[in-house]
Design a protein around this ligand. Structure first.
Ligand SMILES: CC(C)(COP(=O)(O)OP(=O)(O)OC[C@H]1O[C@@H](n2cnc3c(N)ncnc32)[C@H](O)[C@@H]1OP(=O)(O)O)[C@@H](O)C(=O)NCCC(=O)NCCS
Length: 207
């Protein structure tokens, strides 16, 4: 039986991942009002997550990287969703439509997030090491939003459709929209804060 670095059985992990997928199925029914009966099982995001969590990511962890990459390319062909085998994805991710989503090798995604089609969690160049975004828990990322670099997005964040965030962190409990992204809502209040100013004391506020 194959053992990973921590000595866990790969087959045991696979069974555990299978059980975890029940949560992924549940969130489809919770978040998509158009889904009835068994339709939820046809969600392409679910298929991509099953193949990633149960096959390509475990293969990547035991250093069968070419095989892992082959599975992720097959997944991309079937679903239109490209998840690098190295990406770490939490529980309860709901992917709506899915087509065109790209998730890079060192991306990390927390629990209970929602991604729409065309979301990119990418790098900015050819750097090695951590170069993709880290997303907190309960984060919604709208259609075609682009997040580049090793940025960190806090918990309870909404990122609007078509938003662009490059090399800037996003704090907890806010909504970010636009290109370049700016905070338009924080802790329930309307604000206007440029992400470029976050953390250096130069935040620009209006209203
Ligand atoms: C950002 C979003 C999640 C709403 O979050 P919210 O916290 O409820 O924000 P609000 O609706 O109060 O909007 C706050 C401000 O941002 C603006 N805004 C909202 N979404 C925006 C977007 N994607 N791009 C630019 N501005 C946007 C609103 O017009 C509003 O501006 P105002 O203060 O001048 O009136 C939502 O608008 C969104 O983009 N969801 C993505 C949905 C999606 O991708 N669907 C695809 C289905 S196929």
């Amino acid at each position: 039986m194959l053992l990973d670095k921590r000595g866990c059985s790969t087959i045991g992990q696979l069974i555990w991942k299978g059980i975890e997928m029940i949560r992924e199925i549940k969130v489809i029914y919770e978040n998509d009002p158009s889904v009835r009966g068994l339709e939820g099982l046809l969600n392409s995001g679910l298929h991509a997550l099953i193949l990633h969590k149960c096959i390509s990511h475990p293969l990547y962890r035991i250093k069968l990287r070419s095989l892992a990459r082959l599975i992720s390319q097959i997944t991309r062909f079937i679903t239109g969703i490209e998840i690098h085998p190295g990406a770490i994805i939490g529980r309860g991710l709901f992917v709506d439509h899915g087509m065109g989503i790209v998730i890079g090798e060192t991306a990390e995604i927390g629990d209970d997030c929602i991604f729409f089609q065309g979301v990119s969690l990418g790098g900015t160049g050819k750097h090695r090491g951590k170069r993709h975004p880290t997303i907190g828990n309960n984060v919604l990322i709208g259609a075609n939003a682009t997040l580049l670099g090793p940025v960190s997005v806090g918990n309870n964040v909404k990122i609007g459709a078509d938003t662009v965030i490059i090399n800037h962190n996003v704090p907890d409990n806010c909504t970010v929209v636009g290109a370049p992204g700016r905070i338009v809502r924080q802790n329930g209040e309307k604000v206007r804060i440029d992400l470029a100013g976050i953390g250096d004391g130069s935040e620009k506020r209006e209203s």
